[in-house]
Design a protein around this ligand. Structure first.
Ligand code: ATP
Ligand code: ZN
Length: 304
């Protein structure tokens, strides 16, 4: 039996982007949840080794459909793709089949309107009667409708940013992260339609039976990994009387553990999980405030 047909229902299958912006961070995140895989030669399917969780490597645009059809249980995809396809389904009168389960904190970008440099932008009302090129017709149409604006949506599958110069459209609606592509095409972002990032997508309904347990375990691990993603464990010693001041330098720490040392009545050992960046500068401030033996440790996971 091919691994892609008739999935045994006790294995979980996650679709991720085969190659692109989200591929590496998606794999790294799943690996940090303790998953590992044996890759097939065609690099389409990766068989889960440590857990019965397999990967399917596909184009990002195919991920919502694979979840809707039950070919995959979960997927990692941009919110922009998920909501565009959800909007398209809704416009065609089809039932909701997938939804966002978790924001994942990478692949951040915005769906924005961008106008040619020469435009004097005074707000959405200016869009009436204009032609807007986009690869996100459903999201754009919904937004225009909410704003009560009648504009023409020109759907393009790629190279949206050159549409104004080619005379295909007056302005564009596209994804922006740094804005460099827009600037290179003499365009200026003026209005955000959607804040996007990579998300864990799953079916609109919860799983049944065996796979529900596996999915719950994965979500628990994922939440733990996301929670400590930018966290560090900070260890140090200090005299008891300096404690209030040192703690005031750790506003991002989860209630620190304070321990007495074996020797030295007045000295304490502290252990704090910091969620903000622990920079050299912060360590130096703590040292100046009386901390000794400062040590910063990476945190790989956390189970609440
Ligand atoms: P595929 O071959 O899988 O269809 P693609 O070209 O559609 O790939 P990428 O360009 O790799 O996809 O983008 C994947 C996702 O990365 C986007 O859907 C979006 O959520 C996110 N992203 C982050 N920053 C940007 C950006 N500046 N431009 C486009 N997408 C971005
Ligand atoms: Zn794509």
């Amino acid at each position: 039996m091919s691994p892609l047909t008739g999935a045994p229902r006790d294995r979980l299958r996650i679709a991720i982007q085969k190659s692109g912006r989200l591929s590496e961070p998606a794999r790294a995140l799943l690996a940090s949840c303790g998953l590992s895989w044996r890759e097939s030669r065609d690099r389409l399917f990766c068989y889960g080794e440590t857990l019965p969780i397999d990967l399917l490597l596909v184009r990002d645009d195919d991920i919502p459909g694979l979840i809707a059809d039950g070919v995959c249980d979960l997927g990692i995809v941009g919110r922009n793709v998920l909501l565009e396809q959800a909007g398209e389904r809704a416009a065609n009168g089809r039932a909701e089949a997938f939804r966002e389960w978790r924001p994942l904190g990478f692949g951040g970008c915005r769906l924005m309107l961008a106008v040619p440099d020469g435009w004097d932008w005074r707000g959405p009302a200016q869009l009436a009667g204009r032609r807007i090129a986009t690869s996100y017709p459903a999201l754009l149409s919904n937004w225009l409708q909410e704003q009560g604006i009648a504009a023409q949506v020109v759907t393009l599958s790629g190279s949206v940013e050159i549409a104004p110069r080619l005379g295909q459209a007056d302005l564009i609606c596209d994804l922006v992260s740094s804005g460099a592509t827009l600037a290179a095409n003499q365009l200026r972002p003026v209005q955000t339609l959607l804040e996007s990032e990579a998300v864990l997508a799953g079916p609109a309904r919860d799983f049944e039976a065996e796979r529900a347990e596996l999915a719950e375990m994965l979500l628990r691990r994922l939440d733990g990994a996301l929670r400590v993603r930018h966290s560090k464990l900070l260890l140090f010693q200090a005299p008891r009387r300096l404690l209030p001041q040192l703690l005031s330098l750790l506003p991002d720490a989860e209630s620190p553990t304070v321990m007495r040392l074996d020797q030295g009545e007045d000295d304490l050992a502290l252990q704090a999980l910091c969620h903000g960046a622990v920079t050299w500068q912060r360590l130096e401030e703590l040292k100046r405030a009386g901390a000794r033996g400062l040590m910063v440790l990476p945190v790989e996971g956390m189970l609440a």
